[in-house]
Design a binder for this molecule. Structure first.
Ligand code: NDP
Length: 292
């Protein structure tokens, strides 16, 4: 194996340390404690795990964490009323509604009812539009974490060929916008892309956000390319439950210049960026300089 392993877990630790520093300054110098509210509807096991770890890390960096766990059959009006209450709560600077929502709830309507200034997931239509036009916005946490790792590894990304596999609103599309913002030449691939292998072979940067275990084999990867694996897939192998990404790690690592592992790559960065976004939202709400 020749690739550098990009250690997202360690990087996320340094991001959280910086966030903790900002939080303590906000408290000491301004008497403000950033607050993050997470809303979970239903009992999806994976969502419960995410919400628990988000709450734990929010508290660890010194912020206020509020969790609202609602019954799976919660009517839409009740959820919207809670969001309205959080929008108007001066102690809450970030609001995250854990997705996916139960089928009877209109996800777009719910997300767009969050005050865009508190939309720390960056999914509100206003933030999507701001990002797309290169204006100051709340940037979705997973793509932001990927971008931070890429910048950290490469310095400038200008002029690099990037292929994003996946076009979801939460990962693929905002990832492509961010890479374009950093002057990459960006291709977005998806399930209808022809000759995906050839498309991926052109890339200096490959971001895989597909949701299909180990779909990208090593022989698709250009020698020396950087591979960012967003996928989180639970599979059973040799009688054991295992977490794997969207790329076949061993064969891709044999050709890549750098690669993120699963677990320990993109996942920890996502939560760290959520905390960083909450501090940013808090600073903006109070007219204070934002952390870099
Ligand atoms: P979605 O299911 O919303 O999107 C998957 C995308 O992959 C779609 O655009 C789809 O194309 C494309 N796709 C599916 N099959 C193929 C194929 N055979 N070839 C090419 N493209 C294909 O997933 P998400 O974007 O929400 O998530 C992607 C992965 O990232 C998942 O494994 C998820 O668990 C993980 N994830 C990880 C996070 C983290 O913190 N690390 C956070 C969020 C997600 P089409 O549009 O044509 O259907």
């Amino acid at each position: 194996m020749s690739a550098t392993i990009i250690d997202g877990k360690a990087f996320a630790g340094t991001v959280r340390e910086k966030v903790a520093g900002h939080v303590s300054r906000l408290k000491e110098e301004h008497g403000i404690t950033p607050g993050l509210a997470v809303v979970l509807v239903g009992e999806d096991p994976a969502s419960q795990v995410y919400v628990r770890s988000k709450g734990k890390m929010t508290v660890e960096v010194g912020m206020k964490s509020v969790e609202h766990k609602l019954d799976v059959e919660t009517p839409e009006a009740e959820l919207l009323a809670l969001i309205d209450q959080l929008n108007n709560d001066p102690e809450i600077h970030g609001i995250l509604v854990q997705l996916p929502l139960p089928k009877h709830l209109n996800e777009d309507l719910v997300i767009n009812s969050i005050d865009p200034a508190k939309d720390v997931d960056g999914f509100h239509i206003s933030n999507v539009g701001l990002l797309g036009t290169g204006q100051k916005s709340m940037v979705p946490c997973t793509p932001l974490g990927c971008l931070m790792m890429l910048r950290d590894h490469h310095g400038s990304l200008s002029g690099m060929d990037a292929v994003v596999i996946g076009r979801s609103n939460i990962v693929g599309k905002p990832m492509a916008q961010l890479l374009l913002g950093d002057s990459c030449t960006v291709t977005i691939a998806h399930s209808r892309t022809k000759d995906l292998a050839d498309v991926v072979r052109r890339a200096d940067i490959v971001v895989a956000a597909v949701g299909r275990p180990e779909m990208v084999p090593g022989d698709w990867i250009k020698e020396g390319a950087t591979v960012i694996d967003v996928g989180i897939n639970r599979i059973e192998r040799d009688g054991k439950n295992k977490l794997v990404g969207d790329v076949d790690f061993d064969s891709c690592a044999a050709r890549a210049g750098a690669i993120t592992p699963v677990p320990g790559g993109v996942g920890p960065m996502t939560i760290a960026c959520l905390l960083a976004n909450t501090v940013t939202a808090c600073c903006r709400a109070n007219g204070l300089a934002e952390p870099e």
